[in-house]
Design a protein around this ligand. Sequence first.
Ligand SMILES: *[C@@H]1O[C@H](CO)[C@@H](O)[C@H](O)[C@H]1NC(C)=O
Length: 393
Amino acid sequence: MKGSIFSLLTSLFLFLSLSTASPVGQDAGNLAKRVSAGSLQQVTNYGSNPSGTKMYIYVPRKLASSPGVVVAIHYCTGTAQAYYTGSPYAQLAEQYGFIVIYPESPYSGTCWDVSSKAALTHNGGGDSNSIANMVTWTTQQYKVDTSKIFVTGSSSGAMMTNVMAATYPELFKAASLYNGVPAGCFYSAANQADAWNSTCAQGKSITTPQHWGDIARAMYPGYTGSRPRMQIYHGSVDTTLYPENYQETCKQWANIFGYNYNAPQSTKNNSPQSGYTTTTWGPNVQGILASGVGHTVPIHGSGDMDWFGFSGSGSSNGGSPGSGSSPSTTTSTNGGSQTTTSVSTQPTGGSPGSGGGTVPQWGQCGGNGWTGPTQCAAGFTCTVSNPWYSQCL
Ligand SMILES: *[C@@H]1O[C@H](CO)[C@@H](O)[C@H](O)[C@H]1NC(C)=O
């Protein structure tokens, strides 16, 4: 309840601040100009919105001339605001010049509809349809490089990431997801929207790669174009969405790309960090299982940037994302414990890229083997996450 009152206030606040900026009722061509850079803004009229999903956007102050787009999808109980403040994408947007879209679930409890036929069908009229329309709107408003559109999410947002990849493969170049389930695993036999599927959640929806692939392909029948490269993170001791969902998700995308699930190309222990195992089935499917990690694996911002190709190293060859000298940006979006207490339109504390050897919010500042800077930007404290990882919070 507190959350919904809060998000109501947030919407109201953002709506008011947006509508005072310029009169309502302008045509779509002028909408982009109303979205001020460097803060989270709600877009209330992004086109057809069959499920009532809210759209928020972060346009960086340093927008690239032909920007990419990252759709960042929150977890259950989360909001656009919470994912904006609790994930590194807005800060990374300033670094790489891309736009971030933060959709917000229309359902109480704010899980995503990944269960109804509408949601699991291309242009089916569910949340996935609304999110796709947000991408189209953004593409039309900005000179977006359509080869740089990506989707990511945690938990329910990770489920939705798989669903977006299956229902709108033509929109996305790559996806990364943290502790989700395969596309279609939360299917509701009663065709209920926003249903919880405990069979799937408990890791009991086990089938063949072929069957999982068929389920995903059926979400956009007849589609033969390109599909997003998939990077799948999961924690090995997840008791919300059991780790069987990791294997099942990897089966699904391995099959989609024609890789033999039983014969991965490579398996690397302690990659991209100690306790994580990276399995690569081919250039388009990589799984990362985090040993001893529950729900959810923290967002690996710099790994995502590698996977999406923003940071140059690509890692399409199964190289370990986040390896090398660049500090990985990681943040926790753990479960429902995250609450936001103030209406903040500031992206992050530290100004990204500001040198001087200080680490911005969310950046790595310590851990075994860490040789980078250890001093956090003003207002942030270097906090131990585990023996290998400390970050500025
Ligand atoms: C839960 O999902 C599975 C597929 O993962 C499906 O077979 C089953 O019917 C679903 N359960 C309900 C109650 O709809």
